[in-house]
Design a protein around this ligand. Sequence first.
Ligand SMILES: [Fe+2]
Length: 239
Amino acid sequence: MKLSDFIDIHTHILPGLDDGPKELSESIVLARLYTDVGIKMVFATPHFLPGTAWSASPEKILAATQMLQDSLHHSGSKLILIPGMEIAIQKNMGMNLDRGRYLPLGNSSAYLLEPPFDSPSFNPLEPLNEFLERQQQVILAHPERSEYFQLYPQTLQKVHSQGVAIQVNIGSLLGWFGQQSQELAKQLLVWDIIDYLASDAHSSEHRRPPNLQEWQTLQEIINPATLRKLAYTNPKKLL
Ligand SMILES: [Fe+2]
């Protein structure tokens, strides 16, 4: 599969909403990294962590996505942005869900949920049930980077069999987030329970989208049919 077919479902490309680009100009530079390699479409998924500065409402994210889309258009970029949100997993998420405080990915009913990185005593799986009980699709964002799942990797097999989708960061497979994340990412690949590969790009310099050389490395790790499913076919279904 060519890198240009990649649809990135997890990016922090909107300016000023989280730890992604601070300024519009930085968002435009990040967008150029995508279009330079022929990528046509990415989801904009800012962090959502109520009670912090990272708590833009769905309305605000939709407006920010449109604003950046217009700016890209005016700058000659053809990159298409799809709105979304990366929702930090907390307790009692059902109430926020019922109140419409979460934005799903695109026109799907799939919510991108981020487990805590370093709270091994907090079981991030319990809040997921509040989504599943309401027949809402859940995608776990980079569980390979979470200490809980590094300690209890088999729990991912269990929740995947219950319908929870799994998104792994491309950078994890490439070793950008350390050995433990890389090993778990590769284990998930062996277990065949990864549904999406995404960049989780935050800037044009650090945690950026894959370039052609890194895509080549990825092709040596993942067979062509699987790579196409995780980076194109499954993401396309969320549009
Ligand atoms: Fe993210």
